[in-house]
Design a protein. Structure first.
Length: 91
């Protein structure tokens, strides 16, 4: 298993391009996103996570979000996801 991806701050529109690049670089590898330092997650970065989770399922690799703070968990659930359902790559 590789090193966790450790984004910081807001995963919003401004962070989407670099976040997508970081996830794309891990295609074919296990992806663990350590959300300890994430303060917010927006719909575009959530969609990027969903695409990465689906790609991980296709490649039979792991996709997991860990250390999700309560505020980020609230944001995920308001958009219809939890870290577990996101890892499943389903809507």
């Amino acid at each position: 298993m590789g090193e966790p991806l450790m984004p910081e701050g807001k995963l919003d529109v401004a962070a989407a391009v670099s976040f997508h690049s970081e996830l794309t670089a891990r295609i074919g590898q296990d992806v663990i996103i350590d959300c300890e330092k994430v303060t917010q997650i927006g719909a575009l970065c959530l969609q990027t996570c969903l695409a990465a989770a689906r790609e991980a399922r296709r490649n039979q690799t792991l996709f997991k979000m860990i250390n999700v703070s309560d505020p980020v968990l609230v944001q995920l659930t308001s958009m219809g996801f939890t870290p577990e359902t996101l890892a499943e790559g389903t809507t």
